[in-house]
Ligand binder design. Structure first.
Ligand SMILES: [Zn+2]
Length: 346
């Protein structure tokens, strides 16, 4: 069979999980502009064409709303998703456990999981975590690339500051809550001190939903080989990030093959059971690439995948590089599903 055809078939047959998309931020933005059925209108076709079945949507609060408005913005974002669920009931499903995910896939709905990208909405109030749990949040990234009451994030830019911190007492309480309830901890964006603190403080599979290898692109936002090995040892998964500045040290000769380089590196280091996709596509969420942070960066970031249908081309490169159908099935989604099944117990 021709490679292209084979890749397309694998994309259609396999469950594809994207472990990171800032969907809620865009739902909130577009609904604030008076749009409705945003997912149905703007996202569904792309998900279907690419064959993406499951997406982890972050709750992310911009700097300008932190700390005072973080809770309100987060609740607004969740509210927007709930409004979309009402408007498009046959199309998307908010999943709170593994059974929900399986059912959504069977019913050919897009399965959405909710994640904190930074626990700023909690401020320093653990009671609020119970509320967000009830609302459906099942993954916790302790930080975005900044500091909060729980931990300290890895930075994109070097700013003048004192020493970085690790997991605080509040952060440790969040980890205990997560372990107790069956919530998954996401290590993307945490700084190195916090990374190793979490490894010590939390038992169970850990993921880095949207991070790449420092060996191939040495930035604090990516993972060292020791970190990749540590995640694999928990049974966890690393989701490969498709943002240009995270994927490669320069824009020369950057492309889908750059992502396959990361996939290959992780697979060779710890096995194909510990790598997946966390594309972090931002093009639709134009405000991200137009943020004050993006303007301060030397390189203007962009998405290496134009949209989800580029997954077909990505798989084509993987087949050409010798990944077996079984490996591709794992990397497309089975690896993340394995972790979700293990952690989301209720
Ligand atoms: Zn992120």
């Amino acid at each position: 069979m021709e490679l292209k055809q084979q890749a397309k078939q694998l994309a259609a047959e396999n469950i594809i999980v994207d472990a990171h998309l800032d969907l809620l931020k865009d739902l909130h933005y577009q609904r604030s502009q008076g749009q409705n059925k945003v997912f149905e209108t703007d996202y569904l076709e792309d998900f279907k064409r690419g064959g993406v079945n499951v997406v982890v949507s972050s709750i992310f609060v911009d700097d300008e709303y932190v700390p005072d408005m973080a809770l309100r913005v987060a609740l607004d974002q969740v509210s927007c998703l709930y409004q979309e669920l009402e408007e498009s009931p046959g199309i998307i499903a908010l999943c709170k456990n593994f059974k929900d995910i399986k059912m959504a896939i069977e019913q050919e709905k897009v399965a959405i999981l909710l994640s904190f990208e930074g626990v700023e909405p909690l401020l320093n109030d653990l009671h609020l975590l119970q509320i967000f749990y009830e609302l459906g949040v099942r993954l916790i990234g302790m930080t975005w690339s900044r500091q909060n009451y729980a931990a300290d994030g890895s930075r994109f830019l070097v700013e003048k500051r004192g020493r970085e911190g690790g997991i605080t007492e509040f952060g440790a309480k969040i980890l205990d809550f997560a372990a107790n309830k069956g919530m998954l901890i996401d290590l993307s964006h945490i700084n190195d001190t916090g990374f190793w603190d979490i490894l010590n403080l939390y038992q169970g599979p850990l993921i880095a939903s949207h991070s790449n290898s420092r060996k191939l692109n040495d930035i604090p936002r990516n993972l060292s080989d020791d970190m990749i090995k540590a995640i694999a040892k928990t049974g966890g998964v690393i989701g490969i990030n498709a943002i240009s500045i995270v994927a490669a040290p320069s824009d020369d000769n950057i492309g889908l093959h750059s992502l396959v380089d990361h996939i290959e590196h992780v697979a060779q280091l710890v096995g194909p059971e510990h790598v997946g996709f966390g594309f972090d596509l931002c093009k639709k969420i134009s405000a991200i690439y137009d943020s004050p942070l993006a303007h301060k960066m030397e390189r203007k970031p962009f998405d290496i995948l134009d949209d989800y249908s580029d997954i077909h081309d990505l798989l084509e490169i993987m087949i050409a590089r010798g990944f077996s159908d079984e490996d591709i099935k794992k990397i497309c989604g089975a690896n993340f599903l394995r972790v979700f099944e293990k952690v989301f117990r209720r």
